[in-house]
Design a protein around this ligand. Structure first.
Ligand code: PNS
Length: 161
């Protein structure tokens, strides 16, 4: 069975992330979407909340499972029997950091490969940070995130005001 891990902070999940999940699920037998800690980021949603939002959106994808994990990504991948970690690339600006991470991960565990998937051109501008900025100013989020989670983002933003 070909298994992949798609890790991220997903704070919150965007249409760009969902596009990568769907395309990965067409290539692999099993995909684990893993909500992980990015020590450079201070998240809006708790990890459990982010898992629940993603689960709601991918429930129709039979071979996709959503989890959260502490610790190293490569250790999580190994625990799932995955040899591949999928990362989405939107632009050259993503590449430097992602390449560095891929090399660091390979150093820790050479058995696990990072596969870069080009983002859909529709979503190259999109990030969770853009979504949060738009939400702060009550912008229409329908072009950015799945409709099922718009209310959750609006409510969370209101609770932080
Ligand atoms: O969506 P993000 O914030 O770009 O995702 C980054 C994430 C969570 C995938 C990355 O920070 C990560 O892999 N965290 C787990 C800890 C780890 O394994 N770090 C890389 C080894 S140096």
């Amino acid at each position: 069975m070909k298994t992949a891990v798609y890790p991220g902070s997903f704070d919150p999940i965007t249409l760009g992330h969902l596009n990568i999940i769907k395309r990965t699920a067409r290539i692999f037998d099993k995909v684990y979407v893993c909500v992980m800690k990015n020590s450079d980021k201070n998240p809006l949603f708790t990890r459990e909340e982010r898992v629940e939002l993603i689960q709601r959106i991918v429930k129709h994808l039979d071979n996709v499972e959503v989890e959260t994990a502490d610790g190293l990504l490569v250790e999580y991948a190994k625990s799932k029997g995955a040899r591949v970690v999928v990362k989405g690339l939107r632009a050259v600006s993503d590449f430097d950091w992602e390449f560095q991470m891929a090399l660091a991960n390979r150093k820790i565990d050479p058995a696990i490969d990072t596969l870069f998937m080009a983002a859909s051109e529709k979503y190259t501008f999109l990030s969770s940070t853009v979504v949060k900025e738009m939400a702060k100013y009550n912008a229409d989020l329908r072009d950015f995130v799945p409709r099922e989670i718009i209310d959750d983002i609006v409510k969370k933003m209101e609770s932080k005001r």
